[in-house]
Write a protein that binds this ligand. Structure first.
Ligand code: NAI
Ligand code: MG
Length: 353
């Protein structure tokens, strides 16, 4: 097939890990006889430097015309003055909104060979394989805010339509996986959560009777995620709960450098694929960043935007194989045994053949 992929390298280690994932996509094209064309555009800090804004119109237009977007990371000390008028992160929020990406998928999968890097006991981690689907464009982060001298408020609001669409994404994903959805809310306290729970129950019953649905309160979910992480398949939740639970979940995998994400909208929307980590200014330019999270993100791009499941599985298998071989960057390796970004990437390319 032919696909046009926009690459937004961004800042810090963004360009380093995006280049690694680009090389992997090129190798996939070669091996499976596809033609992927790549075009690079600016986002984040580098876009502020070059265009005066974190999401130039030319970048957005290119993304809208593409089949999928691969993103590195944005931000860094150079642009982090809290009083600055424009900040790199605004570029991310703006592009997600402009492309209508309301479902943020974050798979968490442990790797036998990398269990040592997690602070959690290895016996709890073996075989962990779940995806958190976080609602990305609604809830308290987007509600009306007020502030006066002695009080402040943030409004949490969800419409039925907003809840339905993200739940459908989660149920469809579960159908392709192990057929289980855990819907997380705070229905004992919050009205938005009671609505969420009602909608989840109805969508599950009427549209996805083949998927097992359970409801979980967010506070006990925070415990279960560490105590029995193997039990989960697809976890779906609203924006703020998802923000918190995904950071917690990242501790299971051991390194931020292993965790990919996809931001998706309605079928046909242009998805964005990026590692969950940031621009890591402390290691930028040194050639030592872990490229695997971005390479796993490229696999998600193949699966969710291009429908290339075999190709996605081949990329994931290649990364698992190099992890099994102990090809670790500094975030995973024992002292003195770390390889560079380039060496880790070459190892994945070699497995892909
Ligand atoms: P960070 O994720 O960039 O780094 C946290 C720690 O993890 C650092 O010690 C870093 O060296 C390490 N790390 C991250 N990715 C790694 C990788 N691939 N390989 C090896 N080590 C890795 O988060 P931090 O330091 O809080 O933020 C740095 C900048 O990134 C800030 O400007 C922040 O706003 C931005 N950021 C951007 C995100 C995005 O583009 N989606 C997400 C999170 C932060
Ligand atoms: Mg967060």
């Amino acid at each position: 097939m032919h696909a046009e992929i926009v690459v937004l390298p961004g800042d810090g280690i963004g360009p380093e890990v995006a280049a690694a994932a680009g090389a992997v996509l090129n190798a996939v094209a070669k091996r499976f006889n596809h033609t992927f064309t790549f075009s690079e555009h600016d986002i984040g800090g580098i876009a502020i430097d070059r265009h005066g804004e974190p999401l130039p119109a030319s970048t957005l237009a290119a993304c809208q015309a593409a089949n999928a977007v691969l993103l590195g990371a944005v931000g860094g000390p150079k642009w982090s003055d809290p009083n600055a008028k424009v900040r790199p992160e605004q570029g991310l929020l703006a592009i997600r909104k402009a492309l209508g990406l309301y479902a943020n998928l974050r798979p968490v999968r442990t790797h036998e060979a990398a269990l040592h890097a997690s602070p959690i006991k290895a016996e709890l981690l073996q075989g962990v394989d779940f995806v958190v689907v976080r609602e990305l464009t609604g809830g308290i982060y987007f509600g009306d805010k007020t502030r006066d001298t002695d009080s402040a408020s943030d409004l949490c609001r969800y419409t039925v339509a907003e809840i339905e669409r993200v739940l459908r994404s989660a149920f469809r994903l579960a159908q392709q996986r192990r057929g289980k959805v855990t819907s997380v809310d705070k229905a004992n306290v919050l009205e938005t959560s009671r609505l969420w729970r009602d909608v989840a129950a109805r969508i599950g019953r009427e549209e996805f009777p083949d998927v097992a649905l359970e409801h979980q309160l967010v506070d006990s979910m925070a415990m279960h995620l560490l105590a029995k992480p193997r039990e989960y398949d697809v976890i779906v939740t609203e924006n703020m709960f998802g923000d918190i639970l995904t950071d917690e979940a990242s501790m299971l995998a051991g390194s931020l450098g292993l965790l990919p994400s996809a931001s998706l909208g309605e079928p046909g929307a242009v998805g964005i694929y990026e590692p969950i980590h940031g621009s890591a200014p402390d290691i930028a330019g040194k050639g030592i960043a872990n490229p695997y999270a971005t390479i796993f993100s490229a696999a998600m791009l193949l699966r969710h935007s291009l429908g290339l499941e075999d190709e996605a599985a081949a990329v994931e298998a290649a990364v698992h194989a190099v992890l099994d071989d102990g090809v670790f960057t500094a975030d995973l390796a024992a002292k003195g045994h770390a390889v560079s970004t380039a060496t880790a990437t070459d190892a994945v390319l070699a497995k892909l053949g």
